[in-house]
Design a protein around this ligand. Structure first.
Ligand code: ANZ
Length: 819
């Protein structure tokens, strides 16, 4: 017999599979489709442990679905634009494109070595013109439909990366997610996508099976608030001027004792009195340098300045002082608030700090009136309205509705819903991204590049200057162009698009990756989309997954596709940790490269080990020494198949073979259910147990029966999704000619998965009184207990005394009683 040599086996089958195009998902298959997607990698140059941890079970699931009869499409590609390539270009003088493509080549090799069923014919690389042409085309569709616009917007500016960042790329502590620098705010002309127009729709998750936690994270990010807009007013140059606020608590309107504008609010200038001017200007300057996150931080001590101006509360006619404070944000609600210190904690702290009055207007049930001066915090809970004129006594929820109705009747405000979700800032002052297809003409202003002139080519070589502007601004050949309308001299937009745009639609392109006429054909999209199963990290719970949903809904409304959600079922893998149980990181020195283990044990062992670490969604520690256990298991399978396989099993079946058949059915059931539910570790455990039993019997006569041989065949098939190479090799070794991966997943007989049972006849004094289904291997004492607790039997025993129970094994029990 031969020795298990994974290196030989694996490269042989990888070559063969590729030659046979085994994993190419045909567009004309009669089988039902199954679109099986994993988040595509960034081409950093190396497949790390996390990729292996993610892709191994993922691939096993795809193979399982394929054996179950689906036309599985399992594509792979590269999310290839972005900062690291540009940084490599700056640091090492190597072209971003060259760096990226070399990395991709290396990762392709590593991805092949994994032996996953990638459909390489569908590969997409987002930095290549045949892809970004369509990214640009998509931008133009958004533009055409009023969903892309340019404005001077305060941007998160990272001084370290010299670029703007999306809100999502700023960490909770106000630092850049890439380099850790403190993020600043700057006003520049930028392009945004109007994701806010879809805020309400994005709250809804129709017909998807997503982790509840992820749905909640997205909903919180969108941040829907119901309340009212109320317009305060002032006299300015003899004119009545209105300034709206947004509040979720219109019922507290009588408790307003001050008014606060965001420092950037346009009214700051108009309301500030000359004597307060200097102080106000200084404060505005200071606030500008802070990030929103810092400003919103709950533990930050409240700060602010009085403008000298006043506005009037439209409900009770009271004049209140106008302040500016950084805890009020320009980008949320109306950029102004009514200060209700008694019932809002931030306002409470603000009032305490600046000695502003606090008036109680909401009181909880059974609560006594108390002096707010004695309070230590605001009373934020709902309650009955007090000190509120004719509204006094109105309870909780009713108060909100009643005041809202009142202000609507008076024409001083209206019911309103706001969202925290902001429009998506997509301009990047960077080189390595898809150029925004816009031209600026002195005559015609902003002109979209005509679709038939796409792509707007990204130069392959540029000069990097540390100006904070896009390097494309200094590329005369790129920048200078002609106006598509008049043909006169014009300049191109020099910024490139956020790479999250590229990844918002790659799963659509996979359906029709070589289409040079369209981003996709409607037929192909209809055939493959939506994605049936999507696997990827929970770190994308908001950014990528929300953007992709927005794209699909917007494109649906534009008529480019006809479904509502891109990803029907979503699964987040856990994280693979270092052997010390800590996140793998260079600084901790616990990073492991998978390649050397693939070299030593082969991909099948590494794949299976990844699945064996723990539940897929929980993650776990990578312990190199534990690879041995899997290695031994695969070797035992190898030996068993080599030693126990017989071509023509002539041995007659016995009672013992029934047990083998039962175990075979049970194991199929276990593995089928485990794989269906992403429990790869327990599927593997079931196979190990199964293998052990078969090994024990391999030298007995029973091993020469057709039943035993069938059990061996099943072992190979159940193992095939997890360890595809060894299973394929053994499959051919045992005389099969077609690939095991095209074989049909073994079915099982439910009845055979149960333990063997028989019908016990129960007599009382010789008369048949009951029949009980019970296990064959039940003991006599268990029979006795079962019979004497059976309600029907007890009813026949009545008050009589049980003398004995006579048991005829496997048949009947007779209860002898005497009155
Ligand atoms: C008066 C009031 C009284 C408020 C009260 C709350 C409690 P959410 O739920 O997060 O939407 N607010 C409105 N616009 C703001 C802005 N631009 N920056 C900072 N704060 C702002 O919060 C809505 C509440 O946050 C609003 O309701 C407003 O304070 C404040 F007892 O108005 B409230």
């Amino acid at each position: 017999r031969t020795k298990y040599n994974p290196k030989e086996v694996e490269s042989k089958w990888q070559t063969q599979w590729e030659a046979d195009q085994l994993y190419h998902a045909s567009d004309d298959s009669p089988k039902p489709k199954f679109y099986h997607l994993v988040m595509f990698p960034y081409p950093s140059g190396d497949l790390h442990m996390g990729h292996w941890y993610n892709y191994s079970p993922f691939d096993a699931y795809g193979r399982f679905k394929r054996m179950q009869g689906y036309n599985v499409m399992q594509p792979i590609g590269f999310d290839a634009f972005g900062l690291p390539a540009e940084n490599a270009a700056i640091k090492r003088g190597i072209q971003a494109r060259t760096w990226t493509l070399a990395n991709i080549e290396n990762m392709r090799k590593q991805l092949r070595a994994m032996g996953a069923q990638w459909d390489w014919q569908r590969e997409v690389v987002t930095c290549l013109p045949d892809y970004y042409k369509w990214t640009q085309w998509l931008f133009l569709q958004f533009y055409k439909h009023g969903l892309a616009y340019r404005t001077k917007a305060p941007a998160n500016w990272c001084p370290g990366c010299n670029t703007t960042l999306a809100n999502e790329q700023v960490l909770a502590d106000g630092t850049c997610e890439r380099c850790g620098s403190i993020v600043e705010r700057r006003e520049i002309d930028q392009w945004l996508l109007k994701i806010s127009a879809y805020a309400e729709q994005l709250l809804d998750f129709p017909d998807v099976e997503w982790p509840e936690k992820t749905i909640t994270m997205q909903r919180n990010w969108i941040g829907r608030s119901e309340g009212a807009e109320i317009r305060f007013y002032t006299e300015l140059n003899g004119q009545r001027e209105e300034i709206p606020v947004f509040t979720t608590r219109p019922d507290t309107i009588y408790g307003v004792t001050f008014f606060v504008l965001a420092p950037e609010h346009p009214w700051v200038e108009k309301l500030t009195t000359p004597e307060r001017q200097e102080e106000v200007t200084a404060y505005v300057e200071q606030a500008r340098r802070m990030t929103e996150i810092e400003r919103m931080s709950a533990d930050k001590e409240k700060s602010g300045v009085f403008t000298g101006g006043y506005v009037t509360n439209p409900v009770n006619g009271e004049k209140v002082p106008v302040w500016i404070a950084d805890y009020v944000l320009m980008g949320y609600g109306a950029g102004a608030i009514m200060g209700v210190p008694a019932h809002d904690q931030r306002d409470f702290e603000f009032a305490r700090k600046f000695g502003l009055p606090i008036v109680e207007v909401i009181r909880g049930e059974g609560e006594e009136s108390s002096d707010p001066a004695t309070w230590t915090e605001a009373k934020a809970a709902l309650g009955a309205m007090v000190n509120s004129g004719s509204f006094d006594g109105t309870p909780g929820d009713e108060g909100i509705a009643k005041v809202t109705r009142f202000i609507e009747e008076q024409g001083i405000g209206k019911y309103m819903v706001t969202y925290r979700l902001r429009d998506w800032l997509i301009s990047r002052q960077r080189y390595w991204g898809a150029p925004i297809p816009i031209v600026y003409c002195p005559e015609h202003g902003t002109v979209p590049v005509p679709e038939d002139q796409l792509p707007v080519w990204l130069p392959e070589n540029v000069q990097f200057k540390s100006t904070g502007e896009s390097p494309l601004r200094y590329e005369a050949d790129f920048l200078n162009t002609t106006c598509p309308v008049c043909g006169g001299p014009a300049t191109r937009e020099a910024d490139t698009m956020d790479t999250f745009i590229c990844s918002s639609w790659y799963y659509l392109r996979y359906a029709d990756p070589h289409n040079s006429e369209q981003a996709w054909s409607p037929e192909r999209l209809k055939q493959w989309l939506p994605v049936d199963q999507y696997v990827g990290g929970v770190e994308h719970a908001i950014l990528h997954l929300l953007y992709s949903r927005f794209f699909v809904k917007a494109l649906r409304d534009m008529g480019h596709l006809d479904f509502d959600e891109p990803f029907k079922r979503l699964f987040h893998q856990g994280m693979v940790l270092g052997s010390d149980g800590q996140k793998m990181s260079k600084s901790r020195g616990n990073v492991e490269a998978p390649d050397k283990y693939v070299e030593k044990y082969g991909a099948d062992t590494v794949r299976c080990y990844m699945m064996f670490i723990g539940p897929f969604d929980a993650g776990g520690s990578f312990k190199a020494e534990n690879l041995e256990g899997i290695w031994r298991f695969l070797n035992r399978v190898w030996s068993l198949m080599n030693d126990a396989w017989v071509e023509n099993p002539g041995q007659e079946e016995t009672d013992e073979t029934k047990g083998i058949e039962r175990l075979r059915n049970k194991t199929i059931k276990r593995v089928t259910e485990d794989l269906s539910n992403f429990r790869f570790n327990t599927a593997l455990a079931a196979l190990m147990e199964y293998n052990n039993v078969l090994i024990k019997q391999q030298n007995e006569l029973v091993a020469r029966t057709a039943t035993y041989q069938r059990a061996l065949e099943t072992l190979m098939q159940l193992l095939a999704p997890l360890a595809p190479h060894i299973a394929e090799e053994l499959w051919h070794l045992t005389g099969h000619t077609a690939s095991i991966h095209t074989s049909e997943w073994p079915g099982y007989d439910e009845a055979l998965t149960k333990d063997e049972t028989f019908t016990l006849v129960v007599q009382v004094n010789g008369k048949v009184r009951e029949r009980i289904e019970t296990a064959t291997d039940i003991s006599e004492s268990e029979i006795r207990k079962m019979v004497l607790t059976n309600p029907r039997v007890l009813s026949f025993i009545g008050d009589a005394t049980v003398q004995k129970v006579i048991y005829v094994p496997g048949r009947l029990a007779n209860v002898v009683v005497r009155n």
